[in-house]
Design a protein around this ligand. Structure first.
Ligand code: ZN
Length: 419
């Protein structure tokens, strides 16, 4: 029995939008078509969640109790259900009979489903929902599919304003890039800031917006939430590893791979402090931890006349450009060799590969996809990533961050020694 919302038309992808681009039909294999199901369902769940967030104050959770048959479920959910229905049919199994049953299935790890989807071993252990929350896998899958989840929206807005502030406070392209680096680094280094720090930022980036105030204020308003403080000192509980704020009762930091411990920080304020929005924290701050670590480790190991380092070249074509300089003529404009590194900290290696595109400008002699150690050490992760990357982007080497640093230092020594 099929629920009336489900059309068993496997080609019903209307409304799935950019998914067509992510999964070009010529590239669809069994594995990618099962990932398409995962992505469609996750995209649908994210859209349902976004609708519910809009509808009531119960932020950030999906409640199936409130899901009634009168709800018009999003197109990606229906398309995902239809494809899944066919997968069950082909395997001679009984498909979930309605949306509520499929919701329950989304809480179950894929490995326990009756139908065995062709997913990587890492992903088969995951489910789409952890309780009422989107799982890490579902969030990454949904990011391939939709652009209108609240967190995505804040992230995109923040990047747009960041680029505008960088450009408004510069006269040359080099200055725009320098401003971009400084502002992006600010967002990675500061999850919570005082109004005094905002004041300093406004002095550093004074170019006014439409209201006559420094436009950088819009970046703060987009990326952070303002909290009033009746006292001049604010004590914030945060992780001493990644800097993320922690709830008062929660003991451990939930940032992937972070081994930090709870700590407190005191902020001196005029009358307010600002805490980063969820989307900015997840996609700019958390993702930036690896990017910043790569840069800082290499900078500490190699002097400026040996390698020139450019974070986020071309305003974020990739994460780090490494230019090896000629010892006889250490001019960054005439490097001996250029390497590019893109740092990726994703739960699902297969979804990472499916969504991965290298931007070829500026040009690099060697290209690396750099994994943080906590992902690289995960059993099967690198193998799954390399398998899924095959045939998508040739010439990108998957490497862990420690190996990458060693490789750069070794190459710098070779070039320095005239080898
Ligand atoms: Zn942490």
């Amino acid at each position: 029995m099929i629920h009336s919302n489900v059309s068993p038309d496997a080609d019903d992808l209307s409304g799935a939008g950019s998914l067509q681009e992510t999964f070009p039909s010529s590239e669809i294999t069994n594995t990618t078509s099962d990932y398409l199901i995962v992505t469609l369902l996750a995209t649908g769940l994210a859209a349902i969640k976004a609708n519910q967030v809009q509808r009531d104050a119960d932020r950030g959770v999906i409640s199936t109790r409130r899901l009634s048959r009168s709800d018009l479920l999003p197109a990606p959910w229906r398309a995902g259900f239809a494809r899944l229905w066919w997968r069950f049919q082909q395997a001679g199994l009984t498909a979930p009979e309605d949306d509520l049953t499929l919701f329950e299935l989304c809480r179950t790890p894929f490995v326990e489903w009756d139908v065995q989807l062709e997913l990587s071993a890492t992903d088969r252990e995951a489910s789409l929902l952890d309780g009422d929350e989107l799982s890490e896998l579902a969030r990454e899958a949904a990011k391939l599919g939709v652009r209108d989840v609240e967190a995505d929206f804040v992230e995109e807005q923040s990047f747009a304003v960041l680029k505008a502030v960088a450009a408004m406070n510069a006269t040359t392209d080099d200055q725009v890039q320098a401003n971009y680096e400084l502002l992006r680094r600010f967002l990675i280094d500061h999850t919570v800031i005082s109004d005094k720090q905002v004041r300093e930022l406004m002095r550093r980036f004074p170019a006014p917006g439409a209201n006559g105030q420094p436009y950088v204020q819009s970046l703060i308003d987009t990326a952070y939430e303002r909290h009033h403080s009746p006292t001049p000192t604010v004590t914030v509980r945060c992780c001493d590893g990644c800097g993320n704020p922690l709830p008062v009762d929660g003991a451990r930091c939930g940032t992937a791979g972070c081994a930090g411990a709870p700590a407190t920080r005191e902020l001196r304020v005029f009358d307010a402090y600002f805490a980063q929005h969820r989307g900015v924290r997840r996609y700019i701050h958390d993702a930036g931890l690896l990017e910043v670590r790569l840069h800082d480790t290499l900078r500490a190991a190699l002097p400026e006349h040996v390698v020139f380092l450019q974070p986020w070249p071309g305003r974020d074509a990739f994460d780090l450009l490494v230019a090896f300089l000629d010892p006889a003529d250490p001019d960054p404009r005439r490097p001996v060799e250029v390497w590019g590194a893109d740092g990726k900290d994703h739960a699902s290696p297969s979804l990472l590969a499916i969504g991965f595109r290298w931007k070829h400008h500026p040009r690099c002699d060697r290209r690396f996809l750099v994994l943080p150690m906590h992902r690289a050490r995960q059993l099967g992760y690198v193998r799954d990533l390399e398998t899924e990357l095959e045939g998508r982007d040739r010439g990108v080497k998957v490497i862990n961050e420690e190996e990458f640093v060693r490789l750069v230092i070794a190459r710098a020594q070779q070039i320095g020694g005239g080898a």
